[in-house]
Design a protein. Structure first.
Lengths: 649, 118
């Protein structure tokens, strides 16, 4: 059976290749025809989805065999000196899960876009970018080595840039695209350095080889140098995920990225691309867990901080998409700290469930935004429950899932992470996670109650979105409900396939789960009390803590801090360098030019135009040369062409 | 000393011819440098060319004087003949130029023709 399965895995490269082919087709052939472009794109991604399902099925059938021995297919791509770079595909439960999630969400988003992008002038361009993104993301998931991963990593960054700035005629969209590109570039720089460092020490970038090399040579000081080296490597590699997955200092691009079309936000900035960083940490987990526990501690701390930091900002935002964006940041922090506390399965599990329910909520938000003609402030909405039943119900499922209510998907993943945090001895991180869960439930229900329950606004005439938009919502809602059930206790559950190191069965700790559910219920109840029953007035809370409110409203002034740094510190340095350039560098260049011109001015006086003068100079020069040749041969033979000729002979 | 010896012996050797050639050349040179009239300069150039001719003939006579089969080698003579021909051509061209310049400028004074300067 393994044989047939292997045949199937050999064709895994088709999964990214098909969307790429569709990108080329749209870009060069069908771009004039809108219908054809979207058809090509959707057919390609659906084929990839089919293959991803087939592969996931084979992986599940293969059971323990594939867990121990990932199916790797490579072709040689590059040989420079000692550096050998392969391109290939790696199939293990982790990549199979990612393939399924990415193709599923991408298919749903592309179908959804049929409705959402209806009538847009850039239709074909949109689908071309979507295909390119899908291709790059899938290629990244299948990468067998760091360089291949990095190439696709940058490609998804490019697609993100293109799609955030899709409505390039809007200044804000252009600015947001640039901001996203540059901010992630900061992290990518670290990742690149980390790659070079790893290569210089271990001589390979292949994941499997790197893992093996690390386990054998870690005691060998000559190879690794001091123990600190490997921690530096781990930190450098981790900078990439910090940028891509919006962890604390580099999170600023994600809320602004909401300038892109909403389906793009759902696909790239919620479900797939932003989890690429988490995926990279998971792929390189041996580097963090086994080689550098300090780095793992740091990841846990940073992730937990990002989780609560972003959640607290989300509480006071008014733009529906920005709330979801901060929520995404918070959940990414969750996944990161899950990796940090050693909950590998939990993190990947949360990655999967989060992709389902966050994509669902973004698409639901898109449905609302479209129905209200591009209003995004939640206080302009209200009473949509009756007008948009499908959007409302599916959104409600998303809310319950992210709030961690059983039996929805988020309950299982969040509970596993929190339980692992406590069991692995991180009580502070557990507490932060629990409080974040409470905040998450609160701000999500605030969003839901205000948008769907609040009083109807007479100026709005909402109506339910077309089937192309509601069907993806229903499918994603389905997965948001059942997605968590794969981790139900049993032998062949999620953690059996996706785990790191020793397999240990973790039963659901119903006591801890109960605490999480209570925290979520508290959040929901508080939101209900404030925004539906008006028992507690939001305004009075704001009035009591105006400083805190302002701080949160402005996202802890991180953006302003960066602006200040750029204006004052970078600007000041720029001024100094500008002065240096103008006065020193240009001074040297201009000085040379001035000297040349001045000496020319002086020397031209010697050209009198008197032919006899020239003749005299000519004659005496000949005399001098003759004298040199005749009498000075010994000393000046270098000037004698005949002598040099002789020397050559 | 050898120069004096040559004179005292009253034998006319190579040195005597070369001396004449050198004096003639220097006279021509002086003319080229100092004369203001173009025609005079042209004539001075002729003097210099003739100084060269004398050297050629003298060298041929005193140094290269040998027979191949039954003929004398006449390389120096041939070179001198060439120079005479070239000088004739040069004078023709030079005079033509001078006349042309004179027609334009009503002058043959080289000091007035410094248009080549910057």
């Amino acid at each position: 059976m393994f044989k047939e399965m292997h045949d199937l895995f050999q064709w895994a490269w088709l999964i990214p290749a098909l969307p790429f082919l569709s990108f080329l087709l749209i870009a060069f052939v069908t771009k004039r025809s809108k219908g054809l472009s979207s058809t090509v794109s959707i057919l390609a991604i659906l084929s990839s989805l089919g293959m991803a399902i087939a592969i996931a099925y084979s992986v599940i059938r293969a059971g323990a065999e594939i867990v121990e021995h990932p199916a790797i297919v490579t072709v040689n791509w590059l040989n420079i000196g000692g550096l050998t770079i392969d391109f290939g595909t790696i199939i293990d439960p982790l990549s199979a899960m990612m393939l399924f999630v990415v193709t599923l969400v991408a298919s749903m988003v592309q179908i959804y876009s049929l409705g959402y992008m209806h009538g847009d002038k850039g239709w074909s361009r949109y689908y071309a970018y979507q295909s390119l993104f899908a291709s790059a993301m899938l290629g990244m998931v299948l990468a067998t080595n760091l360089l291949q991963l990095f190439i696709f990593w940058e490609l998804v960054g490019l697609c993100s840039y293109l799609l955030i700035g899709f409505w390039y005629f809007k200044v804000s969209a252009r600015e947001a695209a640039k901001k996203a590109f540059m901010t992630t570039r900061v992290g990518d720089f670290g990742l690149l350095l980390g790659m070079l460092f790893l290569y210089s020490k271990f001589g390979t970038l292949d994941f499997v080889a790197l893992s093996a090399a690390m386990s054998t040579s870690l005691q060998d000081i000559a190879v690794v140098g001091t123990a600190g080296y490997i921690t530096v490597m781990a930190f450098l590699v981790f900078m990439g995920p910090v940028g891509k997955s919006g962890q604390f200092p580099l999170h600023v691009w994600l809320p602004d990225a909401m300038e892109g079309p909403t389906p793009v936000s759902a696909l790239i900035h919620a479900a797939t691309m932003v989890v690429a960083g988490v995926y990279l940490v998971a792929r390189m987990y041996f580097l963090f867990d086994f080689a550098s526990p300090e780095a793992l501690q740091f990841i846990a701390g940073l992730g937990a901080f990002t989780a609560i930091f972003a959640a607290s900002i989300a509480v006071v935002q008014n733009d529906i998409k920005r709330i979801l964006a901060y929520s995404t940041l918070s959940q990414l922090g969750y996944m990161m700290f899950a990796l940090g506390v050693g909950s590998f399965s939990g993190s990947m599990f949360h990655l999967m469930t989060h992709a389902f329910f966050k994509a669902l909520m973004f698409l639901g938000a898109g449905s609302v935004i479209l129905a209200l003609h591009h209003k995004q402030n939640i206080w302009d909405m209200g009473g949509l429950w009756k007008k948009m039943p499908i959007t409302g119900w599916t959104f409600f499922i998303g809310i319950l899932a992210i709030s961690g209510m059983p039996p929805f998907a988020g309950f299982f993943s969040k509970d596993e992470i929190l339980a692992n945090a406590l069991q692995n001895g991180h009580p502070i991180i557990y507490a932060v996670g629990l409080f974040t869960a409470f905040l998450t439930a609160f701000y999500m229900c605030r969003l839901f109650f205000v948008v769907f329950m609040g009083p109807e606004k007479p100026e709005n005439h909402p109506h339910e979105s077309p089937w192309s938009m509601t069907i993806p919502l229903i499918i994603l809602a389905f997965f948001s409900v059942v997605g968590g059930w794969v981790a139900l206790p049993g032998h062949y559950n999620f953690a059996f396939f996706v785990h790191y190191g020793e397999l240990h069965h973790v039963a659901i700790d119903w006591f801890l789960a109960g605490i999480s559910v209570i925290a979520g219920l508290l959040g929901i109840g508080l939101a209900y009390a404030i925004y539906v029953k008006n028992v507690i007035s939001a305004e009075s809370i704001v009035a009591r803590f105006p400083g805190v409110y302002k701080l949160l409203k402005n996202g802890y002034y991180v953006d302003d801090l960066y602006l200040w740094i750029i204006h004052h510190i970078m600007g000041g340095m720029g001024k100094i360098l500008y002065w240096f350039d103008i006065n020193i560098v240009d001074g040297i260049v201009n000085g040379i030019a001035l000297t040349t011109r001045g000496s020319g001015k002086l020397l031209r006086r010697t050209s009198t135009g008197q032919v006899q003068m020239y003749a005299m100079v000519f004659f005496f020069a000949v005399v001098v040369i003759f004298m040199v040749f005749a009498f000075g041969e010994g000393q000046l033979s270098a000037l004698n062409p005949l002598a040099t000729l002789g020397g050559v002979k | 000393m050898s120069l004096l010896n040559n004179f005292s012996n009253l034998s006319v050797g190579l040195t005597s011819y070369l001396l004449v050639g050198a004096m003639l050349f220097c006279l021509g040179l002086y003319g080229v440098f100092a004369k203001k009239n173009m025609i005079a300069i042209l004539m001075s150039i002729e003097l210099m060319l003739n100084a060269v001719n004398i050297n050629f003939i003298a060298f041929n006579r005193f140094i290269w004087n040998q027979k191949v089969d039954i003929h004398y080698v006449l390389t120096g003579h041939v070179a001198a003949l060439f120079i005479i021909i070239v000088a004739a051509c040069e004078v023709a061209v030079g005079l033509a130029l001078i006349i042309s310049v004179y027609r334009n400028r009503k002058s043959t004074n080289v000091d007035e023709f410094n248009w080549l300067k910057w």
